[in-house]
Design a protein around this ligand. Structure first.
Ligand code: BES
Ligand code: MN
Ligand code: ZN
Length: 487
């Protein structure tokens, strides 16, 4: 698929179909001049005669007498609710349909889609949404081959081709990062093991010069004293791995460090999970998947920012070597942990990776994890749970969430939650009481991050979709890239 930018409304005659977004208040002032006077009159007439509502999900295809081509109107809903979330959703819907047709050239009017208020919609966002609509899990044999060859962006505004190409490069880097995260999340757990993730990273390293990687294997973890990580991985035949990816193009700049939970399958261990929907626990590596996606994007767009990505990857299995409830292990930080539930394994693999990552003197450290079912229960599927020990950092993450439509919602870390982690047998236990499980899990991690600016994203509800579109969402790659670019 090739993207072009054009100011020439005559180019409309060269495309099979022309897309025009329409708000439910149906004012078309912005596309005046992009489509011809006659086309505009035509559109207005058609909107009237076919009673086009402009609501999200309403779209109509009509013959444009002026250009002798087709015109596709798609609803954008109310103008006051318009923003990143709406444009992503609507473009995704339209392009998923167009990709199933024989249409090969598409043009799209963007001047009314791009906004610069607080709900900013950018050209980058438009292009990466179109790109994202192409994603399909590779396993399917009858893979729909996209027939769309060209997408032309039509605008009244002139931009240099240099500027457009820069923008294009960034948009594609973002959508490629998202696709990679989706692909890893969807890959079955018999294939996507910790070793598979490490090999994926090795391949990225050989493609991008800026990336340096380090793989910590289990013998090295023993030397480093990562007793918490090892207590999880020892129940499985698959060796656990912590992999570090450095993208550090800037001299002496403290990096932003992102750490992703990479449990490639979570059975719960000896505290075995019930069997219904256990297949979903292949997504328990989505935090790691998002970190890998973000690192690929940073390398691909040649971002002039220091970023370190860490994945902490193991398989949580029951077995004769597996940890028992009641076991006490020593973390790399020196804190001793009593494991009361082997299904609370995410925090165990994360705490040692976080302790290790501190050697980078991070400007900010953000961990990303499908950490708790409680987060899903509390917040539902729409925002990721946000926790932080620094409010300024939390606010920056919220801003990136709003800017990208990859939303977050902050939850508190009051002292009371920390009290729930007290035990008579170690410094800290790995679960809290019955209520507020997402918060006690975050409080556990907070114990290992007192001396750095840290935030935690619980993506248990947002990393995948259930229902007919069951699969990985690639979240929060979008949010993280925006955060890194703007901080
Ligand atoms: N990976 C799960 C969390 C999860 C649950 C993610 C559902 C997505 C959907 C995590 O390792 C886990 O099992 N957490 C437990 C913690 C509990 C034992 C304190 C949970 O949420 O039940
Ligand atoms: Mn678990
Ligand atoms: Zn888990």
């Amino acid at each position: 698929m090739e993207y072009k930018y054009s100011n020439d409304q005559k180019s409309l005659t060269k495309h099979d179909i022309h897309l025009v977004g329409v708000f439910s208040d149906k004012k078309l002032a912005h596309i005046d001049g992009v489509v011809s006077r006659e086309s505009l009159d035509n559109i207005k007439r058609i909107i009237k005669t076919c009673n086009f509502s402009g609501k999200i999900g309403d779209h109509r295809t009509i013959d444009d007498f002026q250009t002798k081509k087709q015109l596709l109107l798609f609803g954008l809903g109310e103008k006051k609710k318009y923003g990143p979330l709406v444009i992503k959703k609507t473009l995704m819907q339209i392009f998923r349909k167009l990709l199933k047709t024989n249409i090969s050239t598409v043009s799209i009017t963007v001047d009314n889609l791009i906004t610069s208020n607080k709900n900013e919609v950018t050209l980058e966002m438009i292009i990466s949404s179109v790109e994202n609509s192409k994603y399909e899990y590779k396993f399917k044999n009858e893979k729909d081959q996209s027939k769309i060859k060209t997408v032309s962006i039509l605008s009244n505004k002139k931009i240099s081709s240099k500027r457009f190409n820069e923008m294009l490069k960034i948009s594609l880097a973002i959508s490629n990062g998202i696709s990679l995260a989706k692909e890893l999340g969807n890959t079955p757990p018999n294939i996507c093991t910790p070793t598979f993730l490490a090999n994926t990273i090795k391949k990225l390293k050989s493609k991008y010069k800026s990336l340096k990687i380090k793989i910590i294997d289990e013998p090295e973890m023993k030397r480093l004293g990562m007793g918490a990580f090892l207590s999880v991985s020892k129940g499985s035949k698959q060796p656990g791995k912590i992999v570090i990816m450095e993208h550090m193009p800037v001299k002496s700049q403290n990096p932003i460090v992102i750490v992703g939970k990479g449990i490639t399958f979570d059975t719960g261990g000896i505290s075995l999970k019930p069997s219904p929907n256990m297949d979903e626990m292949k997504y328990d590596m989505s935090g790691a998947g998002s970190v890998i996606g973000v690192m690929k994007a940073c390398a691909e767009m040649n971002l002039k920012k220091n970023v370190v990505g860490v994945i902490t990857s193991a398989e949580n299995m029951p077995g004769s070597q597996a940890s028992r409830p009641g076991d006490v292990v020593e973390t790399m930080s020196g804190l001793k942990v009593e494991i009361l539930n082997t299904d609370a394994e995410g925090r165990l693999v994360l705490c040692d990776a976080i302790t290790y990552a501190k050697k980078y003197n991070p400007k900010y450290l953000i961990d990303i994890a499908t950490l708790t079912g409680a987060c899903l229960v509390g917040l539902g599927k729409y925002p990721s749970g946000l926790f932080a020990n620094d409010q300024a950092l939390a606010n920056k993450i919220k801003t990136s969430g709003d800017k990208t439509g990859d939303r977050v919602w902050q939850l508190p870390l009051f002292d009371d939650y920390f009290d729930e982690l007290k035990t008579n047998f170690a410094d800290i236990q790995n679960i809290g009481g019955r209520y507020g499980g997402a918060i006690t899990a975050a409080a556990f991690l907070a114990k290992f991050t007192v001396d750095i600016k840290w935030a935690h994203l619980d993506i248990a509800g947002t990393a995948w979709e259930v229902g007919p579109n069951k699969g990985s969402t690639g979240r929060p790659v979008d949010l993280l890239i925006d955060f890194i670019r703007s901080n």
